[in-house]
Design a protein around this ligand. Structure first.
Ligand code: PLP
Length: 370
């Protein structure tokens, strides 16, 4: 008998496969692979979907953050306040721009940067705030925007997990100077390789990012500043154009599956982080268990694949030890309990029930034996 397995994710194209194949065919037939009509069209279409007036396609989400910081003049000697709970790339992007990441602890319920902690971390060297919209739910942008304005700081948003998300009704990436998106294959809008974009309504910022992504060229072979080589390529842009029309429906599916999890886990003995924004796009569905590691093994033995986002708070990464980063006890506590359950548009609702039952059976088994 083969056991039923619920994979953590499935990246093989589904209803979008025909459109993707057509996009790939079109680019190959055109013979044009870097900075051409597909990237230009995708930039227009993605800006419109994101509620911004401009988008600039770049090589990765990490580069989108780093180039936006550089384009704003944030660099050596500057501090950028960000969240200790994210993909480490959020902080690595700050280092790439030459600035220093400063961590402000997270809000225990929202799991994004705590505005009060962010304000307390401001020094005379602080140049920017970089909140991360984690798991698909926006940070508390109204509070963060007010702090940025009060202290004259740049505000840029890490939207890599938050395509189409909103905060208090407004699209992420539109609260400050701009937003950075990733199209890494696992994201809500994923390429079949690496990709990223900056969205902004600031024409000057868009132009500077456009120049920086292409070696700082202002004309062919004329480099006016030391840019980088970080361009979204034509194939990935065509693939993203093929997928973008499905994104609304996929987001609706993610929300429905999350609602089903919430219902099924309502009486679970572990914690399900609350939905504080109706604009949550459920990139991931983490739960918090004080018995996380054993729960993970129990789920694996029931055929349910899980992952941990993220096992190590960024300030505790060896790569950042030289910075002497601030303690973030809330992030430490949360990281020790996080466990992400499978959630993606192709996930069957009956699998949500299977996962929920397996998760709940672990906690109830413990309740009996302890
Ligand atoms: C994926 C991700 C990044 C990095 O994006 P890449 O395209 O992989 O460089 C940055 N921040 C967050 C929150 C992410 O999820």
């Amino acid at each position: 008998m083969t056991r039923h397995v619920v994979p953590f994710m499935r990246l093989t194209p589904t209803e979008d496969a025909a459109a993707i194949n057509e996009g790939i065919r079109r680019v190959i037939a055109s013979g044009w692979f870097i900075l051409g009509p597909e990237v230009e069209a995708f930039e227009r279409e993605f800006a419109e979907a994101s509620g911004a007036s401009r988008a600039v396609g770049v090589g990765t989400g990490t580069d989108a953050i780093a180039l936006m910081l550089r384009a704003l003049g944030v660099g050596p000697g500057d501090e950028v306040i960000t969240s200790p709970l994210s993909a480490a790339y959020s902080a690595l992007a700050i280092l790439m721009a030459g600035a220093r990441p400063v961590f402000a602890d997270i809000d225990r319920r929202r799991l994004t940067i705590d505005p009060a902690a962010a304000e307390a971390a401001i020094t005379s060297r602080t140049a920017a705030l970089l909140p991360v919209h984690l798991y698909g739910q926006a940070a508390d942008m109204e509070a963060l925007k007010a702090i940025a304005e009060r202290h004259h700081l740049a505000l840029i948003e890490d939207c890599c997990q938050a395509h189409l998300a909103t905060s208090a009704g407004a699209p992420v990436g539109t609260f400050g100077s701009g937003g950075a998106f990733s199209f890494y294959p696992t994201k809500n809008l994923g390429a079949l390789g690496d990709g990223g974009a900056v969205v902004t309504s600031d024409a000057q910022l868009a132009d500077r990012v456009r120049r920086l992504r292409n070696g700082g060229q202002t004309d062919r072979y004329k480099h006016d500043e030391a840019g980088v080589n970080s361009r979204l390529d034509e194939l990935q842009a065509a693939i993203l154009r093929a997928r973008l029309p499905f994104l609304n429906a996929w987001t609706t599916k993610r929300r429905a599956l999350a609602a089903l999890y919430r219902q099924a886990l309502a009486i679970a003995t572990f914690e399900v982080p609350p939905e504080l924004e109706p604009g949550h796009v459920y990139h991931l569905f983490p739960v918090l268990s004080s018995d996380r590691d054993r729960m993970r093994l129990h789920l694996a033995s029931s055929g349910v694949e899980t992952l941990i986002h993220y096992p190590i708070p960024i300030p505790r990464q060896a790569a950042l030890a030289d910075l002497g980063p601030a303690e973030c006890p809330v992030a430490d506590d949360i990281c020790s309990r996080l466990l992400s359950l499978p959630l993606y548009p192709a996930l069957d609702p009956t699998d949500v029930m299977i996962v929920s039952r397996a998760a709940a059976s672990h906690t109830s088994a413990r309740a009996v034996t302890s």
